[in-house]
Design a protein around this ligand. Structure first.
Ligand code: MG
Length: 396
């Protein structure tokens, strides 16, 4: 099977979009999320991308951790970038090669382009069946002028056959790695994109129309424009809401699984899987939001495959179902009903685990608990119940 990797280049200092002391543009907030999170979500959620690595500036480590909190388990360890974009890309390629299992294909993408789409990624990968390289691009539609030093027009440039090169740029991995190594050994450091390197070594590169919204954030006004673009897109989505509920009884044991965290306890919860009552309620909430049955329908307890299974599998499947509909998870919320164990000390770990499974930041995950004041089966300590809700945006 052909394997494809993605490199997200996020090492730049982005001086043009940045005032003194401000964060680099790839970490600035765009509709409540860091810009880098958009491309991290795109590649880690794409079924044809096996591994995604971000090339960053280690000075931005804290910003990186925050921006990728929802995708960390699907990302390879970040790679330190170089002084130029070209060096940063080579660092990413070398890291993939050093991992021992070089991919067949690689997509190279600038973090500052948050609006690339899954169909575009698929089109680029498909083009590699025929061409050694394929890049996202748009034909130039404006009339082009050549200017003199004083800003007056010296002539009109024929735009026929002119394209604006964008990212992602896709290549057969061995070809682009060899091109980068050769450029480095010959002291060439002036390539501003990878298609330029491919051209230099004589690799044919196919232009793939990206759709006009694949904009690059360069100046502060680009961020404003991008916010407006997202606002206009969000009117094409409708909010959906789902709820879930689950109960598991206690049995002899020494720990319970609750929202992806193993908590030492005097008993365990009984069930076919790991009996993670919180993740079961949450899985049903997500399935409810998209009207796609329930956990028992997709993962029947009669199926031996799910004996002792980590319930994270069920939750990730529900998140995939949202993604396959072109949807986006806005937030989720879980309430445990139990006398013990105490949930509070594990809340941070649970929010991180759920966020990672869903590909959202922990700030979008609520974890709460209440006792039942000693009333009923929960009050008697016979089991734990969990309620959950989920909000999702689906294409209208
Ligand atoms: Mg259950």
């Amino acid at each position: 099977m052909t394997t494809t990797a993605a490199i997200i280049v996020a090492a730049g200092r982005g001086t043009r979009a940045r005032g003194a002391g401000e964060v680099p543009k790839q970490y600035q907030q765009l509709a409540g999320e860091p810009v880098l999170a958009y491309s991290a979500r795109l590649f880690t959620g794409h079924p044809q991308i096996a591994v995604t690595v971000v090339v960053y500036n280690p000075e931005d480590a804290a910003l990186y951790e925050q921006a990728t909190a929802g995708f960390r388990s699907r990302l390879a360890a970040p790679v330190n970038g170089g002084a130029t974009r070209q060096e940063s890309v080579r660092a990413g390629l070398e890291a993939l090669a050093a991992a021992g299992t070089s991919p067949d294909h690689v997509l190279i993408h600038d973090a500052a382009r948050p609006f690339s789409t899954a169909p575009l990624v698929s089109d680029l990968i498909a083009a590699l069946a025929e061409w050694p390289g394929a890049i996202a691009a748009e034909p130039v539609s404006d009339t082009l002028k050549r200017a003199s030093g004083d800003g007056t027009i010296t002539r009109t440039v024929d735009r026929e056959g002119l394209w604006r090169a964008q990212t992602p740029q896709a290549f057969r991995f061995a070809d682009i790695l060899a091109a980068h190594r050769r450029a480095a050994s010959e002291g060439r450091t002036d390539f501003t994109d990878d298609a330029g390197l491919a051209e230099w070594v004589g690799l044919p590169v196919k232009l793939v129309c990206s759709g006009t919204q694949n904009m690059k954030l360069t100046t502060p006004s680009d961020l404003v424009l991008a916010e407006r673009l997202l606002a206009s897109q969000s009117s094409a989505f409708e909010p959906r809401h789902g709820t879930g509920f689950d109960v598991h009884r206690f049995a002899p044991g020494d720990h319970v699984w609750l929202c992806g965290v193993a908590i030492p306890h005097t008993q365990r919860l009984e069930g076919h899987s790991d009996a993670d009552v919180g993740l079961h309620a949450l899985t049903d909430a997500l399935l409810g939001a998209i009207g796609d049955g329930d956990i028992g329908q997709h993962f029947p307890p009669s199926d031996e495959r799910w004996r002792g299974a980590a319930s994270r599998i069920f939750l990730e499947d529900a998140a995939d179902r949202v993604r396959k509909r072109g949807g986006r998870i806005v937030n989720v919320d879980v309430t445990f009903l139990c006398e013990a164990p105490k949930i509070g000390p594990h809340r941070t770990a649970m929010r991180a685990a759920v966020g990672e499974a869903l590909g959202i930041g922990p700030e979008r995950v609520g974890i709460k608990a209440t006792t039942m004041e000693g009333l009923g089966f929960i009050g008697r300590g016979e089991g734990i119940a969990a309620m959950a809700s989920a909000s999702v945006l689906l294409p209208a």
